[in-house]
Design a protein around this ligand. Structure first.
Ligand code: SAM
Ligand code: FES
Length: 335
């Protein structure tokens, strides 16, 4: 049975007029029909914290000199993937700062990964690349790309990213779709300057682009960034947006993010109850993990990530769901 999107006027109506519990109920019904009670797993590897950008919100921004920078070696990355495969993971997300690697370097890495394990899905999340570079990555075997637009308002985007243009970000997202990557994007909830209108613009942009995956999480002020004194919204704002997102895009993969688990110990469970269907155990070696602090007090940085899978299994059970070790392609992409 095909589940249709909730018309955007209704999303707006729900946002302004309907209690959060009712929105969550609707989102749960939709998620039950599209993804059932399955929660897909992705092994996250933060393989370098080097970043040439200076986003005002981000703990690993270029001008944060307190960060000890690292780049994992190819051998270490392959060994980390092997350890994930041993516990049954079939999808890996390789994330880094922007410009930490050239496209050709990433292509060579992905070719090696794919020649060893042809059946796994490789997702990159390494910032901006030109269309020609994306073609190289596609040819090398990259299956999915995550590239959050962060906020759908041009002025706020430009302020947060020091004059960068939102249109450049959207152009790359268009290129990813054109080149047939399974395309993921997303935004932070509760950024300083975010109004109700901007929040709805974020959801509308996700609808317009029909993203296959959407990662959202609360903005958490980092003490070594210009936004250190910004207001912290409660987790409820993120949960409400999660539910509205599920109604906007019934077939997208939506992770219950680490940022939500950091802001509230049961933040990820709350996201799963509101329509999220993916968890991303962070399998980065702990020594590096500690240096990849986008925001303070990030959870699970002492564990190997492989231990997190046991913990996640209990967490999903507590909300009536089960972990799935399938590749978990987005239904919207397969369709
Ligand atoms: N460099 C790549 C990029 O920009 O697409 C990928 C890595 S980037 C560090 C990962 C995501 O972390 C960003 O897209 C942003 O949404 C999120 N993030 C950064 N700082 C954050 C903060 N203070 N609170 C919550 N999320 C944050
Ligand atoms: Fe690295 Fe923004 S600071 S992408």
């Amino acid at each position: 049975m095909f589940i249709s999107e909730t018309p955007f006027e209704e999303i707006e109506y729900l946002y302004y007029n309907v209690p959060i519990e009712e929105i969550i109920k609707k989102a749960t019904q939709v998620c039950d029909k599209t993804y059932g009670n399955k929660v897909y797993l992705r092994g996250l590897i933060e393989f370098s914290n080097i970043c040439f950008m200076d986003c005002k919100y981000c703990g690993i921004r270029r001008s944060n000199t307190k960060v000890e920078r690292y780049r994992m070696s190819e051998v270490d990355i392959l060994a980390t993937i092997a350890s994930g495969i041993e516990v049954g993971l079939k999808t890996f997300v390789l994330q880094s700062g922007e410009n930490a690697y050239r496209a050709l370097e990433l292509a060579s890495l992905v070719e090696k990964i794919k020649s060893k394990w042809s059946d796994i899905a490789v997702t990159l999340s390494c910032g901006y690349f030109k269309k020609e570079e994306l073609k190289i990555l596609k040819k090398a075997g990259v299956d999915r790309y995550l590239f959050r637009f962060e906020v759908a308002d041009e002025n706020l985007y430009s302020f947060l990213k020091n004059g960068e243009k939102l249109s450049k970000r959207l152009e790359m997202l268009n290129n990813l779709k054109e080149l047939d990557f399974e395309t993921g994007s997303g935004f932070m909830v509760g950024l300083p300057g975010e109004t109700d209108e901007i929040l709805l613009k974020n959801l509308r942009l996700c609808r317009d682009f029909q993203f296959d995956m959407v990662g959202i999480g609360p903005f958490i002020p980092h003490p070594d960034t210009p936004l250190k004194d910004a207001r912290q919204f409660s987790i409820e704002r993120t949960i409400k947006v999660t539910a509205l997102l599920r109604l906007t895009l019934p077939y997208a993969n939506i992770p219950a993010t680490t940022a939500a688990g950091t802001l509230d110990p049961s933040g990820r469970e709350k996201m799963l109850k509101a329509g999220a269907n993916v968890l991303m155990p962070n399998i980065t070696p702990p020594l590096n993990k500690k240096k990849y602090l986008l925001y303070p007090e990030k959870i699970c940085i002492d564990e190997s990530g492989l231990e997190c899978i046991g913990c996640m299994s209990l967490r999903v059970k507590s909300v009536g769901k089960v972990l799935s070790f399938e590749r978990g392609d987005s239904i919207s992409y397969v369709k």
